[in-house]
Design a protein around this ligand. Structure first.
Ligand SMILES: [Zn+2]
Length: 270
């Protein structure tokens, strides 16, 4: 019975996660529209942030629902150092271009994804629900944080969550981000459907698919565990102006690195 219970509690927690809006989209959108409140409040969780009394070290104290943020032993992000070389198996992506739907949920800029974009890990297909951004990066690479990190959040038919992380480093203009940056709302609010604008999540994946793999958690309250993480070693580029534009809205929305503990960190293809 325990795995069932664990899965149910993960699903329930995921429904409260402000970064998992598609799971509660009709409710969230309805509340957002009627109350004009931030998506964070509309999702029903207690308020949280990245500094001061609402900061990461206090998340667990803000709500009983956020207990795992402190009590959990398999938390995300971590420092990706000394990965164990392993045959980690196949990972495949079939992401499709789609009309842009973007939301400022008070914690990040998130792009909601239409059904049908998939990530395959081994024999399991995970559907892409949304992707969003952190500044600076949440995972560290041998102790160092990249400028930003993008998280692609997926769910399997059985309800398991799998997130793919991509680092973003200063370089040339990232064309795939241009329409998103142009449309990103400066204040928290309901989802914006941007007419006539297409976004292609596949264009945000690095060409080299060497990755780190471990079991972790959501990086935001309720910090639910049982999330399968894949983080690509190679970054994709974005222009310094693109970093500055995001940082103007979110100067710091990265949770500090958590202990690896007894987990194994695997690295593919090395
Ligand atoms: Zn994230």
């Amino acid at each position: 019975m325990r795995p069932m219970l664990a899965r149910r509690s993960l699903l329930r927690s995921a429904a409260l996660c402000p970064l998992c809006a598609p799971l509660t989209a009709p409710l969230g959108a309805a509340l957002g529209a009627t109350l004009g409140a931030s998506a964070a409040r509309a999702s029903g969780g207690a308020h949280w942030g990245y500094e001061g009394a609402d900061g990461p070290e206090h998340w667990a104290a803000l709500s009983p629902e956020y207990r795992a943020c402190t009590a959990g032993t398999e938390q995300t992000p971590i420092d990706l150092a000394a990965g164990i070389p392993a045959q980690t198996g196949r990972i495949g992506f079939a992401y499709h271009p789609q009309p842009l739907q973007v939301v400022n949920n008070g914690h990040t800029i998130q792009v909601n994804v239409a059904p049908g974009s998939m990530m395959a890990i081994g024999e399991t297909g995970y559907e892409l629900l949304q992707f969003h951004f952190h500044h600076p990066a949440e995972h560290l690479l041998a102790g160092k944080a990249a400028a930003m990190e993008c998280h692609f959040v997926h769910r399997s038919p059985a309800g398991a969550l799998a997130v793919a992380g991509v680092f973003l480093q200063p370089g040339r203009v990232n064309a795939a981000l241009v329409p998103i940056w142009k449309a990103m709302p400066v204040a928290a609010g309901p989802v914006q459907a941007v007419a006539g604008v297409t976004v292609d999540p596949a264009a945000l994946l690095p060409r080299d698919r060497t990755y780190f793999r471990y079991m972790g958690s959501l990086t935001t309250p309720p910090c639910s565990e049982g999330v399968l993480w894949t983080v690509f070693r190679d970054p994709v580029a974005l222009a310094p102006e693109q970093i500055r534009a995001f940082a103007a809205l979110f100067p710091m929305n990265a949770r500090p690195a958590q202990p690896l503990g007894r987990r194994f960190l695997l690295e593919s293809g090395v």
